[in-house]
Design a protein around this ligand. Sequence first.
Ligand SMILES: Nc1nc2c(c(=O)[nH]1)N[C@H]1C(S)=C(S)[C@@H](COP(=O)(O)O)O[C@H]1N2
Ligand SMILES: [Mo]
Length: 316
Amino acid sequence: MLIRTPRASDEKEFAVTPRKLYQQRRQFMKQCAAGAAWATAGWLLPSESSASLIPSNPKRSPYSTTEEWTDKQAATHYNNFYELGYGKTDPSRRAHMLITEPWTVTVEGHCEKPGTYSVEDLIRSEEIEERIYRLRCVEAWSMVIPWLGVSLGSVLKRLQPTSQARYVAFQTIMDPENLPGQRRDVLDWPYVEGLRIDEAMHPLTLLTVGMYGKVLPNQNGAPIRIVVPWKYGFKSIKSIVRIRFVEEQPPTAWNRATPHEYGFYSNVNPTVRHPRWSQRRERRIGEFGKRPTLMFNGYEEEVASLYAGMDLSKYF
Ligand SMILES: Nc1nc2c(c(=O)[nH]1)N[C@H]1C(S)=C(S)[C@@H](COP(=O)(O)O)O[C@H]1N2
Ligand SMILES: [Mo]
């Protein structure tokens, strides 16, 4: 999805200041932690408490695919996370530039329980399960990843959306001081995404805090992201700081950037080609050759009814 190629000189400029800022913040956090631990035994840094959310023996989900997992090294070192850079290896190299502590998620709009929540407020450890999902990037590669999370719908229900909530809008952290990608206008930052309320409530839609048995690495969207397995990867927005219940279809980052290439729905559909390339086949990372892309990424039985009667070449 690269639109412009970053110049090498840009890259160098990015690397200097944020690193320093990060270290200062890091030092500050450590001092706070030391002080607090001294005062209150058992006090945890948010990142540690987030890690403690992860159950050692999570439930297995019936929604899991039985396909072989993608190698963990590949899944954590071949990423799209434009806030951390535009190359596939930038997010892992620059993972430290994403400051995840402290972290809050602001919930607003048409619901009975708006407010500012910590990750631990939103997700209960005992509800976390392992979901092995295929993730299909619009760039025609795919992976199979064991995620750890809870159905987004179960969390949204506790926030009690009203009847006016027809869509749910999500927003990623905005922190251009530390996130080098946000200092270039490749996308209209912050990254935003949206789902129709029935898509958000569908049991397959996962609010995710971990992968491969561990807390999410920063490059994969720590501390909290969604995974929508029947849609192209860019719908699975990372590092969420805001959830808003809205009445109108919300803007989405890639649709805003290139509307003729990326629609609101972005369901995986091998019969609708991207203007610049075919979506019929995909390369599973770690495999040679290509395999056919399946309608709704293979989740047709579960989700096709959400789109009954819709022309999917129009609502792509
Ligand atoms: N905030 C944000 N979320 C994002 C992206 C991004 O650039 N920024 N990239 C998307 C794309 S294009 C893909 S394919 C997936 C990749 O997720 P993964 O790195 O965990 O495999 O994240 C999606 N979520
Ligand atoms: Mo993607």
